[in-house]
Ligand binder design. Structure first.
Ligand SMILES: NC(=O)c1ccc[n+]([C@@H]2O[C@H](COP(=O)([O-])OP(=O)(O)OC[C@H]3O[C@@H](n4cnc5c(N)ncnc54)[C@H](O)[C@@H]3O)[C@@H](O)[C@H]2O)c1
Length: 363
């Protein structure tokens, strides 16, 4: 960020790479935010994007855009395959960036980007926006403080039906890497790492029976955490249910609010449903199956996590806050998610390297 903008409290001039589905959401949040101004967009569909954003320069070449408009920071919302190149373009110019999930599309490209970022000392934030959601922070606090005793495990369902238009708009979504494991489960894995700590191993089954695309539409995943807790998740983008975190928290108007809980955490002294934060405990110790479990509804508040994420990014860019999720941490979520895809493809259990072995840090 330029010294003048940093010290004067001027709005941060931000560039956006990719103005598609999520990029347009970022553009809308930037437009509403008093501390940001959109300085330019890089997108291959120059004409269409220039029509939608007539007030800013739109270029096809992201690196050339940076040299032309010299922004203070960047949001990378381009396809996964170009995240590494786009992240490196920012890093080489010393520009802080918010990069959409997954941080990159392979472990090798994530390692390259993490190394470059570390050497350049550039501030980064990965776009796992859930970390900015009050029910998520509250669940993390409750579990860490022992509200359900020692966490024994978690059972979760993430199931919704993506319409045909979703695949027509992005045919890459029908191919390997474009399915619910890498697109959607990655958010759930990141959430689980955030609230329960590192994942030690994964096993999985996947099916493409519903749609018949090359990529999976459904998967069943078993997880073992370093803490000793274990868990399961049933995931599908070809089934109707009220159980997705998106519907449960009502984070976005396009996903109707269901107020339903997709997650059940169980512990030695109680249970917690998420995202509704229904806490189940017994009246007296020791716990026994002859005692009723009673529920208390907790309320953590609601806000737009994309806007909260942008505000956090402002603080990171200005040096007022440490990033809640630098690229090294996003790489750990990517590693666990890719391990699920590999476990599903080979029908095996995959052990994950400890963060120390990968040279990356824990959350
Ligand atoms: N955090 C979230 O909630 C969330 C939601 C959806 C997608 N995503 C992530 O955001 C990224 C984009 O996904 P999407 O669904 O918006 O995809 P999309 O296909 O809707 O949009 C991608 C945009 O990038 C442009 N583009 C392609 N190659 C480019 C290049 N080399 N340089 C500049 N622009 C280029 C395309 O023209 C398109 O406008 C992916 O990494 C995806 O995983 C995150």
């Amino acid at each position: 960020m330029s010294a003048s903008a940093a010290s004067s409290g001027l709005p941060i001039r931000i560039a956006l790479f990719g103005a598609g589905l999520i990029g347009s959401k970022h553009a809308a949040r930037i437009a509403e935010h008093p501390d940001f101004v959109l300085a330019g967009i890089a997108d291959l569909s120059v004409d269409a994007v220039a029509k939608a954003y007539p007030h800013v320069p739109v270029r096809a070449d992201a690196a050339a855009l940076l040299d032309e408009i010299r922004p203070d920071a960047v949001i990378i919302a381009s396809p996964n395959q170009v995240h590494e190149a786009h992240g490196l373009a920012c890093t080489e110019r010393g520009l802080p960036f918010l990069i959409e999930k997954p941080v990159t599309d392979t472990l090798e490209s994530a390692a390259t980007l993490c190394r470059a970022v570390r050497e350049a000392g550039v501030a980064t934030l990965v776009g796992h926006h859930r970390r900015h959601h009050p029910p998520v922070t509250e669940a993390r606090r409750l579990l860490a403080e022992g509200a359900i005793g020692s966490v024994v495990g978690v059972s979760a369902v993430w199931a919704t039906c993506k319409p045909g238009t979703y695949f027509e708009a992005g045919p890459w979504r029908k191919l390997k890497g474009g399915g619910p494991i890498l697109i959607n489960l990655i958010h759930e894995i990141d959430f689980l790492r955030f609230v329960l700590g590192e994942i030690a191993s994964v096993s999985a089954l996947a099916s493409h029976r519903q749609r018949g695309f090359a990529v999976e539409d459904t998967a069943a995943v078993a997880l073992a955490f370093s803490s000793g807790a274990i868990g399961t998740m049933l995931l599908s983008d070809a089934a109707v249910s009220p159980w997705t975190t998106e519907q449960g928290v009502g984070e976005s108007p396009e996903f109707p609010f269901s107020d339903e809980n997709g997650y059940r955490f169980i512990g030695s002294a109680g249970a917690l449903e998420f995202p509704n934060l229904k806490l189940w405990t017994q009246d007296s110790a020791p716990p026994s199956w002859t005692q009723p479990a009673r529920a208390r509804a907790l309320f953590a508040g609601r806000l737009d996590p994309y806007r909260a994420q942008l505000t956090h990014f402002r603080d990171v860019v200005r040096g007022d806050a440490a990033s809640l999720q630098p690229v090294e941490d996003g790489a750990l979520t990517l590693a666990a998610t890719l391990a699920v895809a590999e476990a599903a493809a080979h029908g095996t259990r995959i052990e994950l390297a400890e963060p120390a072995e990968t040279g990356q840090s824990r959350a």
